[in-house]
Design a binder for this molecule. Structure first.
Ligand SMILES: [Zn+2]
Length: 377
């Protein structure tokens, strides 16, 4: 066991076992940001000029169609602000695409409805088969891995890609961004949610019913087949414009009556439980460290404020207990059974089959070609 250490610049620490520090005690997340991400990131006039070219291409491709792009919308801050910008700033005609995996918070539902209502755009909601979703989520709990959010996340983008392919949509806009996400979750905390080999292996061992309607995609399918043969492109417009989280929240509240969440990703009740309780208490991984470190690096939070906030657990005891019961109940198991999974030994993605080597090669190629700024190690 290495001694505990926190970065002197951000709040990442040795709970990320791969973290490396230089002589000044600055971590590799910070040095990667300053050396590789920041020089290639232009949320200014230069970025806007690049974005305008993309927007013109999207509009051309969408001429005569009901919509020119789709926006994957969770109801969270990033996708909500993106939707606002796409319509009011960029003049796009998006179809808002939402996947309902059974765990929407009431705030998320309200936020999505208010935005499409005010912006007068169409909303398409795809509902994931609950019995299969439930079975897959339980399989992940039983597997003992940290990344139990995979069934939900995988369904989100698999469904969106499938919709794009079926409807000949060439452009998908996502709220992924460097401003609030330049530090990424370490692989051991949150393994690649697109890895279909891992998903199927865990389900094969612990699932109880076949996945028939649940959408499974694979990294090769969406990075190669859909990208180059079907020409479906994923754009991240927030990287080309100024994006200050507190300003965005204020604007959305004022203009749409948008309701903020206490923490990033808490628009899903499952993710709230997963990041606020399961990862934090069972594995000692606090995703706020990643989120706050991103905000520190992009000048939106001080290190002192981050350290202060981290003193308090993400969910207080009463909320944690209530959510524990809610999750067990919703999954159709007893709280004792859920507690049993909590107490069982922790496993990692390496305990199951995976395509990690494919991801490693892909990420090396992307870095070599300069196609990926930031990103995982
Ligand atoms: Zn750091």
């Amino acid at each position: 066991m290495r001694p505990y250490q926190t970065c002197s610049h951000c709040v990442m620490d040795t709970s990320d076992s791969q973290i490396a520090f230089d002589d000044a005690g600055v971590c590799d997340h910070c040095t990667t940001f300053h050396r590789h991400t920041k020089p290639n990131w232009h949320p200014d006039a230069q970025g806007r000029a690049e974005l305008d070219v993309t927007v013109a291409r999207i509009k051309r491709a969408g001429r005569g169609k009901d919509f020119d792009c789709i926006i994957g919308m969770s109801g969270g801050i990033d996708s909500s602000y993106l939707t606002h910008l796409a319509v009011t700033e960029l003049g796009l005609r998006p179809l808002v695409f939402h996947v309902d995996a059974g765990w929407n918070s009431q705030e998320a539902v309200n936020n999505i409805e208010r935005m499409v209502d005010v912006l007068k755009i169409d909303l398409y909601t795809e509902v994931i088969d609950w019995e299969e979703m439930r079975d897959l989520q339980l399989a992940f709990f039983k597997s003992g891995v940290p990344h139990i959010d995979t069934p939900q996340d995988h369904a989100f983008f698999a469904t969106m890609y499938k919709f794009a392919e079926d409807h000949g949509v060439e452009h998908i806009l996502t709220g992924a961004n460097l401003s609030t996400e330049c530090v990424r979750n370490p692989i051991e905390w949150m393994y690649y949610q697109s890895d279909a080999i891992q998903l199927r292996d865990i389900h094969r061992r612990f699932g109880t019913r076949p996945l028939v309607r649940y959408p499974v995609t694979s990294i090769l399918r969406h990075k190669v087949y859909l990208r180059y043969l079907k020409r479906i492109r994923v754009e991240r417009p927030l990287n080309f414009m100024p994006y200050i989280k507190t300003d965005a929240v204020a604007l959305l509240q004022e203009r749409y009556g948008w309701q903020p969440y206490p923490q990033k990703h808490f628009e899903s009740r499952f993710t709230r439980f997963y990041e606020g309780y399961w990862l934090y208490r069972k594995f000692g991984y606090d995703t706020r460290k990643v989120q706050y470190s991103s905000l520190i690096l992009t000048g939106q939070m001080t290190r002192v404020e981050a350290l202060e906030r981290l003193q308090v657990p993400p969910l207080d005891d009463a909320t944690a207990r209530r959510e524990f019961e809610y999750v067990a109940n919703k999954l159709g198991i007893t709280t004792n059974e859920l507690q049993g999974y909590f107490d069982a030994p922790n496993k990692t993605h390496q305990d199951y089959r995976s395509q990690q080597s494919v991801y490693a090669i892909g990420s090396r190629v992307m870095k070599f070609l300069g196609m990926e700024v930031g990103g995982k190690r």
